[in-house]
Design a protein around this ligand. Structure first.
Ligand code: 13P
Length: 260
């Protein structure tokens, strides 16, 4: 059966408000004829109010790059779920590799954020991935299972229809990253889905698992045709609307020619 596909980008800390708005409008215009896919863009906090107003959320979901687990309090520098709600944000990304490895976030903290995001009605996008050392020690699966089991601890099965997972191996992300091979990515996605099934039973089948980490026009096709890869979560290769549109179309064409 054909799967529902997801394509999105994390804009990290690059585009200011004007650049974000024009990128979103351009991307919406270019991709709105593409049926049956879910598109999402995750811009910087300061752009979110204008970004959220700039697009039809049926076409492009808008996400935040992080969120505090508390509604309010003595949390200087943090952004509350209530503040994001006010802006009409659809989804919240939690535990991106750069949050974990540059800013030291831990699984237990990601768990509090996941629970808060779901309880406030957002889609929660939990990012997981092993480091190069963990891969070399042969413990990738154990690390992913740990990140899932702690990160999703206490998630109610009925909330899993608003849960997405992104597998982004730390060694594959960014300018110094090496893209994962399609075979390796598929192997990890299979393990992730196995763990999700242990946690949530049949409901796990509806949780999309996206691949991210140096996705580019050279590997998008072989990644998207993998059985357990439900979408592509793209950084650099998506930050120009025309290039992202072309990448999405290329991936969909490859998928359509392989799908029964
Ligand atoms: P790159 O595609 O630039 O490696 O970034 C991926 C990413 O971090 C998406 O969240």
């Amino acid at each position: 059966m054909a799967k529902k596909l997801y394509f999105g980008s994390n804009l990290k800390m690059y585009k200011n408000t004007a650049a974000t708005v024009s990128y979103l409008q351009d991307l919406e215009e270019k991709t709105k004829d593409i049926p049956k896919i879910t598109r999402f863009i995750i811009p910087s906090f300061t752009t979110l109010e204008r970004a959220s107003a700039a697009v039809d959320h049926q076409n492009i979901m808008i996400g935040a790059q992080n969120m505090c687990y508390a509604d309010e309090g003595q949390f200087t520098g943090e952004i509350s779920p209530l503040m994001l709600k006010e802006l009409g944000i659809d989804l919240v990304m939690i535990g991106h590799s750069e949050r974990r490895h540059v800013f030291g976030e831990k699984d237990a903290e990601e768990n509090r954020k996941v629970l808060a995001a779901l309880s406030h009605g957002f889609t929660a996008l939990l990012c997981i991935g092993e480091t190069a050392d963990e891969k070399n020690y042969g413990i990738s699966t154990e690390i992913l299972r740990q990140q899932l089991k702690i990160g999703l601890f206490g998630v109610r099965p009925e909330d899993t229809d608003r849960l997405w997972i992104a597998y982004e191996p730390v060694w594959s992300i960014g300018v110094n990253g090496t893209p994962a091979s399609a075979d390796y990515a598929e192997e990890m996605h299979f393990e992730i889905k196995k763990c999700l099934a242990e946690l949530f039973g049949e409901r796990a089948e509806r949780i999309p698992v996206l691949y991210g980490g140096s996705v580019n026009p050279g590997n998008a096709e072989e990644l998207i045709v993998q059985k357990d890869i439900d979408g592509l979560f793209v950084g650099r290769a998506a930050w120009d609307a025309a290039k992202f549109d072309a990448l999405i179309r290329q991936a969909l064409k490859a998928y359509a020619s392989g799908a029964e």
